[in-house]
Write a protein that binds this ligand. Structure first.
Ligand code: AMP
Ligand code: GLY
Length: 423
């Protein structure tokens, strides 16, 4: 098979790494990929939402399956674009339909869906332009801090958590007046939940599903979970508190009703569901849905899947996922993200990366890299994801840290306390 992976980050490199291990795969293409994906497949200089160029590339390279990494092509309807095109309709796209991607693309849609299907989530109300004073009234019924979410996609920045009612009211006014553009035309206000977060991933053909290894990511830039949010600074899998008892609650109260809800709503969903969960006193609640895999979680999760991943993807495409087996690697897996100094604020690019050839016993996934004058250089905030196995999470982290210390680019930074709560 020839498989096209859409995207250019560490997640896509990790998906490609796992897909390449399948005996069913002849060639992998990436659109657009990065310097790392170029070592395992062919990069095509095509943007993730340039559907007409994707179509041309799929037909001219006889691609048999498309795997979508990021959310934007999904919310823009790449699945529907293929399904409604006479030349593409038999080529499976692993990713939900545009309607399914609304689970991520509209927080209001996701909350309404959870309410309808009795899926545990924070109490909420949604407010539109002109309703700031109603929003303020609702906030007065909540205890601080306040959680305000732009309804639409806002590149991971659309959630604001003010401490006081005064700040919350002015934040709501700013959001409804276009702080996040159209994405904050509607704002979801919800109750603050306390607990530890984790990411649970499911692959589904729309009626059957398989639960993938769970993971925990570390979003803050600074050690001890301090400083601004990033795309993710590292991840661990398994998550120590996600024992059988907890995971059976996740499956019964969250995963099953979500899949059943999608079926009841007649939403076509053949892809990944990422449940952003929080553990509140042993009970899982949904913080958010994403219509894709997580990044950097994928760079740990892929290591823990023993089964042929392409066989699972075929199960999704052919709607016979119930006939497939998924086996996990018993070892722990972690990833540590090396980022450009200054990230998530301003940072410089085009720094030469050295030392990757010294790495032993880790897998280096490229997140933001490119080629310049035949050298591999930094091309993003998140640059490299150093993934390792270990008997325990701490063992795996030691290997990643040892290898990260061998890699260099100007101003590189990584957190040295990934997994710290579980030491
Ligand atoms: P989201 O973009 O929905 O993942 O939200 C970003 C982050 O805000 C989450 O990872 C949580 O840390 C936090 N968050 C979102 N909703 C809540 C909530 N209801 N209670 C507490 N924290 C929340
Ligand atoms: N790691 C969180 C995300 O991919 O959204």
């Amino acid at each position: 098979m020839k498989i096209l992976i859409i995207g250019s980050g560490g997640r896509e490199h990790a998906l490609g790494w796992k897909i390449k291990q399948s005996t069913k795969v002849e060639k992998i293409y990436f659109a657009p990929g990065n310097a790392g994906t170029a070592t395992i497949g062919e990069n095509l200089a095509i943007g993730v939402c340039d559907f007409s160029s994707i179509k041309k590339a799929v037909l001219s390279n006889q691609v048999d399956m498309v795997v979508v990494g990021p959310e934007v092509p999904l919310t823009e309807g790449i699945f529907d674009f293929f399904a409604s095109d006479s030349e593409l309709k038999n080529i499976p796209v692993i990713g939900p339909s545009k309607d399914g991607a609304k689970l991520e693309g509209s927080k209001d849609f996701a909350k309404e869906f959870m309410m309808k299907y009795n899926i545990p989530t924070a109490r909420y109300q949604t407010f539109s332009k002109g309703e700031a004073s109603l929003g303020a009234e609702f906030m007065k019924t909540l205890t601080p801090p306040y959680v305000l979410k732009a309804d639409g996609l806002a590149a991971g920045k659309g959630v604001v958590i003010p401490e006081t009612i005064g700040e919350a009211i002015s934040e709501l006014e700013e959001m409804l007046s276009g702080k996040f553009g159209e994405a904050s035309d509607k704002v979801v206000i919800e109750e603050f939940l306390s607990g530890i977060e984790l990411s649970v991933f499911v692959i589904t053909d729309g009626k059957n599903y398989k639960i993938l290894p769970e993971a925990k990511d570390y979003k803050r830039i600074g050690e001890g979970n301090t400083g601004p949010n990033t795309g993710g600074m590292g991840a661990i899998s398994p998550v120590p508190f996600a024992d059988n008892d907890f995971m059976s609650k996740v499956e019964k109260n969250i995963i099953k009703p979500t899949i059943e809800g999608l079926q009841r709503e007649e939403i076509i969903y053949k892809g990944f569901i990422f449940f952003g969960l929080i553990n509140c006193n042993g009970n899982p609640f949904v913080i958010e849905y994403n219509a894709r895999m997580g990044d950097p979680e994928t760079e740990a999760v892929m290591l823990r899947i023993k089964s042929d991943f392409v066989d699972l993807l075929e199960g999704v495409a052919n709607e016979n996922l119930d006939e497939k087996m998924i086996e996990f690697d018993e070892r722990a897996a972690v990833t540590v993200m090396m980022v450009s100094g200054g990230y998530p604020g301003d940072y410089e690019k085009w720094k030469i990366i050295s030392g990757v050839d010294q790495v032993a016993n880790s897998i280096v996934f490229h997140a933001g890299t490119n080629f310049k004058d035949n050298e591999v250089v930094t091309a993003g905030g998140r640059v490299l994801s150093i993934s390792s196995y270990g008997k325990t999470i701490s063992d795996a982290l030691k290997v990643s840290y040892q290898n990260a210390s061998l890699i260099h680019f100007d101003n590189c930074y990584f957190r040295k306390d990934i997994g710290f709560e579980f030491e």
